[in-house]
Write a protein that binds this ligand. Structure first.
Ligand code: GLA
Length: 386
């Protein structure tokens, strides 16, 4: 489904007083490599996709936000001044963004809003970041004179996850949603916030997502536990090497030094992160040379680490990864936080049709339903549509 302004506008008009407001959009994201590195101060390599969220907003002259979710057919009204906020999960994203923007000094006023999205929910493509970024961008434009820079808007989304949804995520998803640029991936240093655009046009290859349709949900998942494991290992290393502030600064020797004071499980998590840090840099060099074989090999290694050491895979994702390998696909791995969602696959053009057909057939034979294929087109970040 390709969502259009009219899909949202027609419902906004129907649901509120017949007038129109301003319309904003923000995308979901893919990530080529660099998974679970963001909250370890490492590097990530995401890009925005064409699928995203679209929202229409219009000030209503009150202190209340009246919000309608077109997809869920659910309506919530809350006061901007209520310190607790609404209960429905989807509405807490909007509430959280409003409160965080107010905390930054933006004079947010009450508004009516309706929104919809075409990022598949639970696919690990960051529909929640798309929602947060849409409202952060919109409120900055409508009430804040655009005084807040894009990176701070991304941090508003991240703070919303932390404080209002209880997900202690890193910055990657919100960063990618806000900063995306068609045709470009972005390499972000999550410690310094510095980033560069990388034109991504892998001649002879396609990037395709295969959605296992196992719902990936970070709210209430072991995501926060993974983060805590990393922090415990970093703290143990820090006692010996005070310069080590996070796993970004750690290496194999250091990990070995603390292996008797951290749990075996925590050590496995850190092993994955330290390996992933090196893989991102290898991929960057390989991309500059146009060496997609190396990119693909790193993707398989990431999958192995996410599955065996970080333990955020599931049977369906491991199966899709095995099929990709058997069929000679250049690279394949779990994308995003894990616990369900998609694999991201770098496939040569000649193999593409065959691989998709085999993946669908074999997956259906084993799990009784077809996975959903999503071709990746790298799109733009947050913007005003009208
Ligand atoms: C989720 C989080 C991100 C990141 C990824 C894993 O998408 O929101 O911050 O940690 O998982 O790379």
């Amino acid at each position: 489904m390709k969502l259009t302004i009219d899909d949202v506008r027609s419902r906004f008009i129907e649901h509120f007083d017949g007038t129109t407001g301003s319309v904003y959009a923000s995308p979901g994201r893919i990530n080529l490599i660099g998974e679970h590195t963001d909250y370890n101060d490492g590097f990530v390599f995401p890009g925005a996709v064409q699928q995203g969220m679209i929202a229409e907003l219009k000030p209503n002259g009150t202190r209340n936000v009246r919000a309608y979710s077109i997809d869920l057919k659910d309506y919530v009204e809350f006061s901007l001044d209520d310190p607790k906020g609404p209960k429905a999960t989807w509405s807490r994203y909007i509430y959280g963004v409003c409160r965080e923007m107010m905390a930054l000094g933006v004079p947010v006023e009450g508004f009516n809003t309706a929104f919809a999205g075409d990022v598949p929910l639970g696919a690990g493509m960051s529909s929640s970041a798309a929602l947060e970024s849409t409202y952060a961008y919109a409120l900055n434009d409508m009430f804040g004179n655009r005084a807040i820079d894009l990176m701070t808007l991304a941090k508003v989304g991240q703070a919303t996850e932390h404080k209002y949804l209880g997900v202690n995520c890193g910055i990657m998803d919100q960063f990618a949603s806000v900063h995306g640029k068609a045709g470009n991936l972005m390499r972000l240093d999550c410690r310094s916030g510095e980033f560069e655009y990388f034109p991504f046009n892998p001649k002879g290859y396609k990037l395709v997502l295969i959605n296992s349709c196992v719902k990936h949900e970070l709210v209430g998942s072991p995501y926060n536990e993974r983060r805590l494991s990393c922090e415990r290992v970093a703290a143990a290393i820090n006692k010996i090497h005070p310069d080590v502030k996070s796993l970004r600064d750690a290496d194999w020797v250091m990990l070995n030094e603390v292996k008797d004071v951290v749990s075996e499980e925590d050590a496995k998590r850190a092993k994955y992160v330290i390996g992933e840090k090196e893989r991102v840099l290898t991929v960057c060099d390989a991309l500059v040379r146009g060496d997609y074989e190396t990119v693909g090999r790193m993707m398989y290694e990431t999958h192995h680490g996410l599955s065996q050491d970080y333990e955020v895979s599931c049977e369906e994702l491991d199966f899709l990864n095995d099929v990709a390998k058997e069929e000679g696909v250049t690279g394949s791995r779990i994308m995003g936080g894990g616990f369900g969602g998609c694999t991201i696959n770098l496939v040569s053009e000649e193999l593409y049709d065959h691989f998709i057909q085999v993946a669908k057939t074999k997956f259906k034979e084993k799990f009784g339903k077809e996975p959903v294929v999503i071709d990746v087109v790298i799109g733009d970040g947050s913007r005003k549509l009208c």
